[in-house]
Design a protein around this ligand. Sequence first.
Ligand SMILES: NC(=O)c1ccc[n+]([C@@H]2O[C@H](COP(=O)([O-])OP(=O)(O)OC[C@H]3O[C@@H](n4cnc5c(N)ncnc54)[C@H](OP(=O)(O)O)[C@@H]3O)[C@@H](O)[C@H]2O)c1
Length: 327
Amino acid sequence: MKTIHLGNTPLEVSRIAYGCMGIGGSWDRTEPIGEQSKREAVQAIRTALDEGINFFDHADIYRWGKSEEVFAAIWSEVPHLRDKIIVQSKCGIILDNQRYEGSLTNFDFSYEHILRSVEASLKRLKTEYLDVLLLHRPDPLMEPEEVARAFDDLQASGKVRYFGVSNQSAALIELLRKHLHQPIIANQLEVSLLHLHLIDAAVVFNQDRPARVLRNEGTLEYCRQHDITIQAWAPFKKGAVITGVTEPPSQAAQEVAQLIGEIAQAKGVSKEAIALAWLLRHPAKMQVIIGTTKPERIKAACEADGVELTRDEWYRLFIAGRGDRMP
Ligand SMILES: NC(=O)c1ccc[n+]([C@@H]2O[C@H](COP(=O)([O-])OP(=O)(O)OC[C@H]3O[C@@H](n4cnc5c(N)ncnc54)[C@H](OP(=O)(O)O)[C@@H]3O)[C@@H](O)[C@H]2O)c1
C-alpha cells in the first residue's frame, strides 16, 4: 500500500485508512457488544491490516464508544501492533439521547470536554496515547484559547501526539492556527463522487450554472497550501457510489455507478477501486477513509492502490457526479 505523510509530520500513513464507525455492534447505547460483533470487528481490522492499512479512524461517539472498545481486542490478537499503526480519534460531539436516533444535539470544544473525551477514548482503546486527535464538528461557542490550552496539556502529558480538525472551513482553521502551538495536520471532510463540493467549488467559481451554493470555497486549496491532509470520509456515500441506489433516486448516482462499472470492467478491477482511485488521483494527495465492515469490500477497496485513472476517465466521472457539463 502506498503511503503519504500526514501533514508535514513524519507520520507515514496508508493512503487508504480504515474508519471504525461501523464496528462495535448497534447504536443502541444500552446494548452490550455481542460475541458476533467482536468477531466481525477483529475480522475487519485484520483484513485492513493484511491489505496494508496502517491507519485507523475513530471518534468518541461511534456506537457510543463501543467502536473504540471493540477495537482494543486487536492488541491481544496481533502482538506488538501498537507502534506499527496510527490511531486517530475525535472529540467535540455530545450525543445526549439515551438511545441514538440520529440527532447530534450539541457540540463542545471546551477545555474540560476535550480532556475528558480523550481520557475516555484512551481507556476504551486500551492505549496510552492517540497518534492524532481531531475536533469533530465546528462548535460555534469555541474559544480558541481554550482549545490551545487543551492541546498543550494533552501533548505535554504524552496523551496526544498530533492534532487536526474535521468538517471545518479554511476560515475556522485559520482562526485556530492563530492560537495553537501545534500544527493542524488533517481536516476530515466528506468527499466522494456524489459529494463534490470541495472539488467543484473552484470550478463553479463566478458561474451561474449550476446554481451557486456557497460551500467554503478555497478550503481545499487552503489545506494544500498549509500542509493539512484532507481525509475523505464516506468515499462510497454509504454504497451509493457503487450501487447507484439513493433515496430519492438520483440520476447522477445512477450515471456514476454505471460509469464506474464500465471503467472497472475495462480495467479488470473492482468498482470500489475505481471510486477510490478517483479521489486518490486528485493532486491534493487525500487520504480516503473507508467504512465498510465487510472483508470482501475492504479488499475490493484496497485494489484502488494499484489503479491510476487517466485524465479522461477522471473527468468523465467528475461530470457524471456533478450532473452537469463543465462550464
Ligand atoms: N468526520 C466525520 O464527520 C465523519 C462522518 C462520517 C464518517 N466518518 C469516518 O469515515 C468513515 C467512513 O464513512 P462511511 O462509513 O460513511 O463511509 P463509506 O465507506 O462511504 O460507507 C460505508 C457504509 O456503506 C455501506 N455499504 C453498502 N454497500 C456498500 C458497497 N458496495 N461498498 C461499500 N460500502 C457499502 C457499508 O455497509 P457494510 O459495512 O455492510 O459494507 C457501510 O455502512 C467512518 O467509518 C468514520 O471513520 C467521519
